[in-house]
Design a protein around this ligand. Structure first.
Ligand code: HEM
Length: 391
């Protein structure tokens, strides 16, 4: 527990941290990879290039600073980050490495303003925060390990089927290589794949949502080939071009706090933007079984040929009269509008959404303006978490 004086120091320096957050974390990552290049095997270099990871870490450290007196306030955020860490196989012994480099970066950016007292308080505060993560992650590791067929860190799976869904998206069906039972998961959760790409010095790790609900048979991920991003998706292209049926791939156990959790007597809507459909498809398969209330599934894609799981959704709607499936093609129908949402969603509906950042920002704004409460709107960004500014 931090002393009262140190807590005061942390709280009074939090604004400086907010102001310089991105600068500090940029210096931090540069140092981290210079001193510990092996960590390049864990961090997503594309997120680094886009600055998204720097922003995510800065937000987390700032949130911790303002809640240092009562960390339980930020435990939901800690849990969400810990899910990601657990899925990446982060270990307790890596925390001091991150801590040391973060503290040096704070000192470097704040200069003389970072007095020994301030640095001392931050060193202790980092320790408190790191312990919260380490303990939460150990609980999560134990939970996944103790399931029948469960494991810690990464394990070999065999690709048993590879099915193209459209011109950019392909589904990969994976079974444990050791033929152990397949641990269950919540609809909406993701796995991390670990791929050493031939010719590349460092391995790559990426998260992909499980795109069907649990059936005890196989995990399925549905991966969009990223061709127009900068740089083009190293992992997605590798999976499309080089991973073939019979090959092995290492994955971590399912993780994530974005999952279907509505009560059976609540109307539900799913809003999928592009490849954001993957966790939502797994959720709607569960929702139709558990929920007899109205369920709307809205899929928005830029062009007709990028619709994903369209036939499966039509079939699901045929079999379950409470499900209404809508396809919106931006090229012909424009973006999903507030008027469209108002036609199908009322203020008693739980809404789950996933898709590109601008899509999610627009949808959350509309939904809150329509009178939905924040706890009725569930969403997840692919990549580092960001906050949605709804002002
Ligand atoms: C992701 C914070 C310690 C490795 C993240 C994210 C946050 C964060 C906010 C983004 C979460 C998301 O995507 O939803 C923190 C804090 C730490 C800490 C506050 C210390 C108290 C560590 C340690 C490691 C680590 C010790 C291991 C070296 C990672 C990696 C990611 C991540 C690899 C995924 C980033 C990517 O590649 O896109 N962390 N973290 N973190 N963290 Fe940490």
């Amino acid at each position: 527990m931090l002393s009262k004086e140190k807590m005061e120091i942390i709280k009074s320096t939090a604004p400086a941290l907010e102001a310089h957050g991105k600068e500090i974390t940029t210096v931090f990552y540069k140092r981290l990879f210079e001193t510990h290049p092996e960590l390049l095997n864990i961090f997503n270099q594309t997120n680094q290039k886009q600055g998204r990871q720097q922003l995510a870490l800065a937000n987390a450290v700032y949130a911790a600073a303002i809640h240092i007196e009562n960390l339980s306030e930020i435990m939901p955020v800690v849990r969400q980050i810990s899910e990601k860490h657990r899925s990446l196989g982060i270990k307790p012994e890596q925390y001091p490495i991150v801590g040391e480099n973060l503290l040096i970066a704070i000192k470097e950016v704040l200069g003389d303003a970072a007095t020994p007292e301030i640095m001392d308080a931050w060193t202790e505060a980092y320790g408190v925060l790191a312990d919260a993560f380490i303990n939460t992650e150990e609980e999560m590791y134990k939970e996944t390990e103790n399931k029948p067929g469960g494991w810690r860190f990464f394990k070999d799976f065999t690709l048993v089927d590879k099915i193209p869904e459209n011109r950019l998206v392909t589904s990969f069906y994976l079974k444990p290589a050791d033929e152990a039972p397949l641990p269950d998961y919540k609809p909406g959760q993701y796995i991390t794949v670990h791929v050493p790409i031939p010719g590349q010095k460092y391995a790559h790790k990426r998260q992909y949502s499980l795109s069907k609900n649990y059936d005890g048979e196989s995990y399925r991920i549905s991966v969009k080939r990223e061709i127009i991003t900068d740089p083009a998706g190293i992992v997605s292209n590798y999976l499309h071009d080089s991973l073939n049926v019979g090959d092995k791939i290492q994955i971590s156990a399912p993780a994530g706090e974005f999952f279907y959790q509505s009560k059976a007597d609540t109307s539900v809507a799913f809003l999928a933007g592009g490849i954001g459909i993957t966790p939502l498809f797994s959720m709607v398969q569960t929702a139709v079984k558990e929920n007899k209330k109205k369920i709307h599934f809205i899929q928005s894609v830029s062009t007709q040929d990028l619709l994903t799981f369209s036939d499966a959704l039509k079939e699901l709607a045929n079999d379950h009269s409470q499900l209404y499936y809508h396809e919106l093609i931006t090229e012909t129908n424009g973006f999903v509008s507030k008027e469209f949402l108002e036609k199908h969603i009322d203020s008693s509906t739980d809404v789950y959404l996933c898709g590109p950042v601008p899509f999610m920002m627009a949808m959350v704004k509309y939904l809150l303006a329509m009178g939905l409460k924040e706890n009725q709107v569930f969403y997840e960004f692919f990549g580092p978490s960001m906050t949605i500014d709804t002002e």
